[in-house]
Design a protein around this ligand. Structure first.
Ligand SMILES: Cc1cc2nc3c(=O)[nH]c(=O)nc-3n(C[C@H](O)[C@H](O)[C@H](O)COP(=O)(O)OP(=O)(O)OC[C@H]3O[C@@H](n4cnc5c(N)ncnc54)[C@H](O)[C@@H]3O)c2cc1C
Length: 461
């Protein structure tokens, strides 16, 4: 198996992205830069993009262990959404009401910023801004829908941001089963994530940024990053390693990698789509505790994912953890349960990857001016758009621009460390089990599970 084949097998998106996946040049000697970035996912690439636009004279080096778009950025569910992992209420507790609202508005603007940049730069990432529908398929889920809309209203977000749907309004968008209602937000686009990641890497290279692939960084220090092939010296060193962060020295308890798994079906017939709906390609899920997410792809498939795969002791990340047959089977049956019109359509691809979960479930971006060390991450499952805001923020922090976005409440936020093992392993996996059990209970009884509420408070989500 050649290196191209190896990366094509990562996901449906890698399998269908145009262009080569043969790794580009690796670092082979010491180098000097103004800014050195670890990781060529969306965080690293957006940071390089905005930095090189702000100051084309900056020498920027990105070191990537595999290839650009190898990690979560190339293999996610393709929801480019305004979702932020910390709720409005939590952000209000952290930084006040205005700051919470500003954060959520900035996320909405970020979705449009990505749409604009991809159009301007000619990155064809199959952009379709059809919003998101979340179905309520039990009484407990309907109550959750009502509460979400009530919370949005309390913070001044109106019908144009999030609205409650009746069962028939929800069914007009898509004919899912057991629908009692739902919510709809226009602030989401469905995308082909590997097209965005690889396209962005090409744009960034054209802007003069050096991306060294197959270049694992072993240590990060103020003013330098160390690889087996050489040391990169730079005034600023940015960590953009998300779900892989725990493997770096000194960062074992910072961001826990939790696996999210995905399947893709063969293209559906026009008749099946006629029955299912999702015209305009809104992304979809339902309001269960253990998250599920789906999109109708540009070539007429269903891509459908969810959590539920185990967390691994010591925050371990391995290629073999990307594939859990029992979770793929559960995803297949949940999808068929949602949309019986899928019939026995073939699942052509199944994959997964780690998301980065901070102890308090709140993403952050920041730069320590005294050391020159910067970071962004902890997006949980909401990083596709948030990474763009991170990139713009880090670029402003590095160049010293006093912009609105550098005052958002996640900037400079430090999440507490995770518990030492085996407590982390016990807590994480107990949490996943409880959420799964709670969803079954809620479907059976219609009542919201107290256990799920407790677990989500315990985990800080
Ligand atoms: C299956 C799945 C589905 C998801 N679905 C969605 C979704 O629909 N919507 C959404 O908003 N978010 C989703 N997410 C989350 C989202 O994809 C991520 O939050 C986002 O892509 C993170 O981008 P990143 O650049 O920070 O990290 P990554 O894309 O993971 O990039 C980190 C990069 O760093 C490299 N790296 C790590 N360590 C080193 C090292 N030591 N040296 C050099 N390089 C290193 C890795 O190889 C990797 O390429 C999903 C994630 C997964 C896994």
């Amino acid at each position: 198996m050649g290196p191209t084949d190896q990366y094509r097998r990562l996901s449906f998106w890698h399998d269908t992205v145009p262009g080569t996946l043969v790794p580009g040049q690796a670092l082979h000697a010491d180098a000097d830069a103004d800014v050195a970035i670890v990781g060529a996912g969306f965080t690293g690439l957006w940071t390089a993009y905005y930095l090189s636009r702000a100051d084309p004279g900056l020498r920027i080096i990105v070191c990537e262990r595999e290839i650009a778009g190898f990690g979560a950025s190339g293999r996610n569910g393709g929801w480019c959404s305004a979702l932020f992992p910390a709720s409005l209420a939590k952000l209000e507790r952290m930084a006040g009401r205005d700051a919470a609202i500003a954060m959520y508005r900035a996320m909405q603007e970020t979705v449009d910023e990505i749409g604009k940049v991809t159009a301007d730069e000619g990155i064809d990432c199959h952009w379709a801004k059809g919003g998101t529908i979340e179905f309520a398929r039990s009484a407990a889920q309907l109550r959750r829908a009502i509460q979400e809309v009530e919370e949005a209203r309390t913070f001044g977000f109106g019908e144009d941001d999030l609205r409650l749907l009746t069962a028939s309004q929800a069914r007009e968008i898509a004919s899912a089963t057991d629908v009692l209602g739902g919510t709809y937000t226009p602030h989401c686009a469905a995308i082909h994530p590997a097209r965005l990641a690889r396209g962005l890497a090409d744009v960034v290279r054209r802007q003069g940024v050096s991306i060294f692939e197959r270049t694992p960084v072993q240590q990060i220090h103020p003013g330098r990053l160390v690889t087996a092939a050489g040391t990169v010296r730079a005034r600023y060193v940015i960590r953009a390693t998300e779900g892989y962060t725990a493997a770096l020295p000194g960062l074992r308890r910072s961001v826990a990698p939790v696996y999210s798994l995905v399947i893709a079906t063969a293209p559906l017939s026009d008749a099946a789509w006629e029955q299912i709906g999702l015209a305009g390609r809104p992304t979809f899920g339902d309001l269960r505790n253990l998250i599920i997410y789906g999109q109708r792809t540009a070539d007429g498939r269903m891509v459908f994912g969810g959590r539920g795969a185990p967390y691994h002791l010591g925050s371990a990340v391995r290629p073999s953890f990307d594939r859990v047959p029992a979770v793929f089977a559960a995803l297949r049956s949940t999808l068929a349960d949602l949309f019986p019109a899928l019939g026995d359509v073939k699942v052509t691809h199944a994959w997964g990857g780690p998301i980065g979960v901070p102890r308090d479930w709140c993403a952050s971006a920041g730069l320590d001016r005294s050391t020159g060390l910067g970071w962004a991450g902890g997006y949980v499952g909401d990083g596709v758009a948030t990474t763009n805001l991170a990139g713009r923020t880090l670029a402003d922090l590095v160049t010293g621009s006093d912009s609105q976005i550098t005052r958002l409440p996640w900037v400079g936020h430090r999440s507490p460390s995770w518990e030492a093992e085996p407590l982390r392993w016990l807590g994480m996996n107990a949490g996943l089990q409880v959420m799964n059990w709670a969803d079954k209970q809620e479907t059976r009884t219609g009542r919201a599970s107290r256990a799920a509420g407790f677990m989500s408070r315990f985990l800080g989500s």
